[in-house]
Design a protein around this ligand. Structure first.
Ligand code: C5P
Length: 313
């Protein structure tokens, strides 16, 4: 007689691009106040939770060897945090099927943290209220709450205070994945350094409060790709380009290939290209692949929902 199959829960979670990333001054706690418009795209990871004797992380996918499987993995930290909240032991095997570029500025690690929260909550039957899950997510990292929420949202504070935004249609994106990642803290530090070097200062007294751009919010609500393309901004882009000058050629190749909007995704080094429609996205991707300025190219769309259970048995 064979043993009964182990129950398991699989959660799919999206990557994000920031269509606006306005960075305020460095706060006394080292973080930066942001006006951050998150946009969830169909490129995503899957996290499967299965009961186990102890907490264990495994990873599959082309970049699996770059993902830590110790406690620095946000999925492991999420399982521990949720278990502690409910007075349980975090005895779970979390398998991450990794498709989001690693250290790429698309919140892949944060996505896995959000997915692990949802997967463990379902596996353990703990029924954690949504607002509590969002608070736990914010403890894990600035981008984790958005991965729970999905869609498009405006983030304030360090990015964790979220307001969902209306969106009037589907937008088509191409992502150029770079060789190697960039460290988010290093990119924020470089942003501060560039501001100090320019003489404007980098603390909260020197940098104006970041504000969402009403023109960009209108473009999203209207589902208007040309208007959104014209409004895309990322205050971390100069810092990412300073640390990785080769990204300028990637951005140029996408623009030459027909993208209507180009920007570095979050803290980079992944570059994001907005296309006017699905067909144009394919030709932008072909041009980027032919340019030899990136490691790989992904065509996708959005917005899509946040972390959600796909299968449970
Ligand atoms: O919150 P999270 O752990 O994802 O942030 C990673 C790092 O990015 C922080 O330690 C900080 O250096 C930087 N950061 C920041 N301001 C933010 C978000 C992140 O300076 N709003």
């Amino acid at each position: 007689m064979s043993a009964a199959p182990q129950p398991s829960v699989t959660v799919r979670v999206p990557a994000k691009v920031n269509v606006q990333l306005a960075v305020g001054g460095r706060r006394p706690d080292g973080f930066h106040d942001l006006a951050n418009v998150f946009f969830a795209v169909a490129l995503g990871d899957e996290v499967t939770a299965t009961p186990a004797d102890t907490l264990r992380i495994t990873v599959s996918g082309p970049d699996a060897d770059q993902v830590p499987t110790d406690d620095s993995n946000l999925a492991a930290r999420a399982a521990r945090l949720l278990a502690r909240h409910h007075g349980l032991r975090p005895d779970v095997h979390l398998h991450i099927a990794k498709d989001i570029p690693v250290a790429g500025g698309m919140a892949g690690g944060s996505a896995d943290g959000a997915a692990a929260l949802v997967a463990c909550d379902a596996l353990w039957g703990t029924g954690t209220p949504r607002d509590v899950l969002l608070d736990l997510a914010a403890e894990l990292g600035s981008d984790v709450p958005f991965a729970l929420l999905g869609g498009v949202a405006l983030g304030h504070g360090r990015g964790e205070i979220l307001r969902p935004l209306p969106v009037g249609g589907t937008f088509h994106w191409v992502f150029a994945v770079a060789d190697g990642g960039l460290s988010t803290p290093a990119v924020f530090r470089e942003c501060d350094r560039l501001r100090d070097e320019a003489g404007t200062g980098s603390d909260t007294a020197s940098v104006p409060d970041p504000q969402a751009d009403p023109v960009l919010l209108r473009a999203l609500a209207d589902g208007d790709p040309a208007a959104l393309a014209a409004a895309l901004t990322n205050d971390l882009q100069a810092a990412a380009l300073s640390l990785r000058p080769a990204l300028a050629a990637t951005l140029r190749a996408g623009a030459d290939g027909g993208a209507i909007g180009t920007l570095v995704s979050g803290s980079g080094p992944t570059c994001a290209f907005l296309a006017k429609d699905a067909e144009s996205a394919v030709s932008v991707a072909e041009a980027l692949a032919a340019s030899g300025t990136c490691r790989s190219v992904r065509v996708t769309h959005g917005p899509v929902p946040g972390a959600a259970v796909t299968t449970a048995d």
